[in-house]
Design a protein around this ligand. Structure first.
Ligand code: 5RP
Length: 224
């Protein structure tokens, strides 16, 4: 289902585009398919949202550039952990949320590729909200986050703190559900020590959903 969605998104890529390259196991299929287009003579340049994607893109022979060199991004294709009916997202399962949000913000069009398990009635129901924080004083930042009524855990990997590409920590905030994602995004980013949070509000144009029944596309206009 991830493959269906990831490969379908490639149909939106046009010759000559500057592309934002998202992170995750769904976008991996997009990158592999894009590699085939490049073999056929397509000329595009990609801006990776993580070190992991940079490596994968190189393996797929996708020419790379940077946001500073090419600030006009025509299209970004990225994954998500949860999508609600307004096409707001939780992202950051792979820890790349800060770079992903910078790229999404500067993209003319943002397409999200997911399998149907990611479509939710309200954000926060199935997936904790990742928050990237600087290491300095992180236990205090954690205490402030807990005031929002969530359970907060430092993300670890094989017993050690997970370190982002920006050399920071991730605090995963488990809510029962997020009632007001628009407000929460702003409130969390106001806490000193917070770099960015995984709520993506109003940044998405289209969501491609792979399911057992096939492909479904969710567009902004469908949900006024
Ligand atoms: C990384 C992300 C990913 O896009 C998100 O976790 C979805 O990943 P996957 O396609 O592997 O399910 O936000 O920071």
């Amino acid at each position: 289902m991830k493959k269906l969605a990831g490969e379908k998104a490639v149909e939106h890529i046009k010759d000559g585009m500057i592309l934002g390259l998202g992170t995750g196991s769904t976008v991996k299929y997009t990158l592999e398919k894009l590699g085939e287009l490049i073999k056929e003579g397509f000329e595009i340049k990609g801006i990776p949202t993580s070190m992991h994607t940079k490596k994968l893109a190189k393996e797929c022979n996708i020419p790379l550039t940077t946001l500073n060199e090419n600030p006009e991004i025509d299209l970004t294709i990225d994954g998500a952990d949860e999508v609600d009916s307004k096409l707001n997202l939780i992202k950051g399962g792979g820890g790349a949320l800060t770079r992903e949000k910078i790229i999404a913000y500067h993209s003319k069009k943002e397409i999200i590729v997911i399998d149907d398990s990611k479509v939710v009635k309200a954000l926060g129901i199935d997936f904790p909200l990742p928050v990237e924080v600087i290491k300095y004083g992180w236990t205090l930042t954690k205490k402030v986050l807990e005031r929002f009524g969530c359970n907060v855990e430092l993300r670890t990997i094989v017993g050690e703190p997970f370190i982002t590409d920006n050399s920071n920590y991730i605090l995963d905030c488990e809510f029962e559900r997020i009632e007001d994602p628009e407000q929460l995004e702003k409130d969390i980013n106001n806490i000193p020590g917070v770099v960015e949070n995984g709520l993506f509000i109003g940044l998405v144009d289209e969501v491609i959903v792979g399911s057992k029944q096939g492909i479904m596309t969710l567009e902004k206009e469908v949900f006024p």
